[in-house]
Design a protein around this ligand. Structure first.
Ligand SMILES: [Zn+2]
Length: 444
């Protein structure tokens, strides 16, 4: 008998591997942050022993969900400004609030809250685009979460820099500081083609090549953006970025709502990964990304929540359900985006577009142990005919029972155990009180 750190059992183990193996009455053996074996539980319990065996009756075991685009710290602006256009929301509400409040302390505290929310909803990895990257990284690491963190780049002054060159040199330092960390993967995150000049994008591309990191960017979120880029450069956004040599398999593009067929071909050809942010696009009435056409063209589409101020949560389970239903409705075809495809987008493909396909995204021997369990003993999950269907169409964040990242249990029986949840909520309320006073005009 080999001793392992944990054995996680389940009535169903959804490996989400290439063959989509589903193991009935299965178990996963975990040692030193890695998956050492996955098989039927009878075989696992014969070969391995552990002091920590997570009971599997009435549970499904699956890879942690992956949020491929968010701005985690924006959870502190959730509900501060709703029901308006993206441009009005950003320019008249979010940017002034960020200008007033952003600091290392704000971003650290807010990111802790975001990690707490995501982990309790079964999200084990997220891709962040924001400022104060060191604070995002430190908070994520404290919470035990895996994160691909992009140092934000724009052309205008903010609290973290005066010019694109400032942001790029900050980004290079940030990448140097965190490269090789076990949980934090630094990347570079130019905001968009309308906030970054062609010269800035060229420098970002060169830095990404030199430092061998992922590039995360917003592309074609709104019709306004397409008109603006056409006005400035005479091309649509994807055409503009492609002509600048910016697009390749290292790029994760958030949104891609307003992309035409020739642009979809470019995205497929350059192997750009897409982060589809359905609920944010719905709430800001940005439009409907042509997800079915992109998938048919061979583009890898994954799920992002975008920031909580435009969603308004960081829940990938609800993104899966909403996305599948909306695209069935708009395509007039209920057979598109079936539950297995949707869950693949939220797990294995999410890992692949973040450049982590060899490490996470499925339950396979040798991969890192980012694993969740879902409690199936619920009225809305009983009886069980198809576990993929239940996870995608019926499961809720509150059904997530165990969450393991890098072999460490962070959520146990639905309770966050890796840090003090009460303290995180208290800090959030205190910041909220100050922001309310400010937004009411009481504070300068
Ligand atoms: Zn975004």
């Amino acid at each position: 008998m080999q001793t392992v750190d944990h054995i996680i059992c389940g009535d169903y183990v959804l490996t989400m591997n290439e063959k989509m193996d589903l193991i009935r009455d299965g178990a996963v053996a975990v040692k030193d942050a890695k998956i050492v074996d996955v098989d039927i539980s009878e075989n696992i319990l014969k070969k391995y022993s552990s002091e920590k065996i997570i009971e599997g009756k009435g549970r499904a075991v699956l890879p942690g969900l992956i949020n491929t685009h968010t701005h985690a710290a924006m959870v502190y602006f959730r509900g501060l400004a709703d029901d308006m256009s993206l441009k009005d929301w950003l320019e008249n509400h979010i940017w002034p609030a960020e200008n007033k409040w952003l600091s290392h302390e704000f971003v650290f505290d807010a990111t802790e809250l975001a990690c707490l929310e995501m982990l309790k909803a079964g999200v084990t990895t997220y891709n962040d685009m924001y400022f104060f990257g060191n604070s995002v990284a430190a908070a994520s690491k404290k919470m035990g979460m895996r994160a691909v963190i992009g140092a934000g780049i724009v052309d205008f002054p903010t609290k973290t820099g005066n010019s694109a060159d400032d942001y790029i040199s900050n980004a290079e330092r940030f990448i140097d500081d965190w490269k090789g960390d076990g949980l934090i993967i630094p990347c570079i995150a130019p905001h968009s083609a309308y906030t970054c000049s062609p010269d800035t994008l060229k420098k970002v591309r060169a830095a990404a090549e030199r430092l061998n990191v992922l590039v995360s960017i917003h592309i074609s979120e709104t019709e306004w953006e397409v008109d603006e880029i056409k006005l400035l450069y005479g091309k649509r956004p994807v055409e503009h970025l492609d002509a600048a040599g910016f697009l390749n398999e290292r790029v994760v593009a958030a949104h891609c709502v307003w992309v035409e067929d020739n642009e979809i071909e470019m995205l497929a050809d350059r192997k750009v990964g897409i982060s589809h942010c359905m609920e944010s696009n719905l709430k800001l009435a940005s439009g409907f990304a042509p997800v079915v056409t992109m998938l048919t063209a061979g583009v890898k589409v994954t799920f992002g929540t975008d920031g909580a101020a435009s969603n308004n949560d960081l829940n990938i389970l609800s993104e899966m359900s909403t996305t599948a239903k909306v695209h069935k409705a708009i395509s007039g075809d209920p057979t598109v985006l079936n539950s297995k495809t949707v869950l693949t987008m939220a797990t294995r493909w999410g890992a692949e577009v973040l450049g982590l396909g060899d490490r996470i995204g499925s339950i396979e021997k040798g991969k890192l142990a980012d694993i969740i369990t879902v409690d199936l003993k619920k009225p809305h999950l009983t009886p069980m005919y198809d576990v993929y269907s239940h996870i995608v169409y019926a499961a809720m964040a509150s059904d997530v029972e165990t969450v393991m990242v890098n072999g460490r249990v962070l959520v146990n029986n639905g309770m966050f155990v890796a840090a003090d949840e009460e303290e995180i909520l208290q800090k959030a309320s205190e910041w909220g009180r100050k922001i309310t006073l400010w937004s009411n005009g009481v504070m300068e």
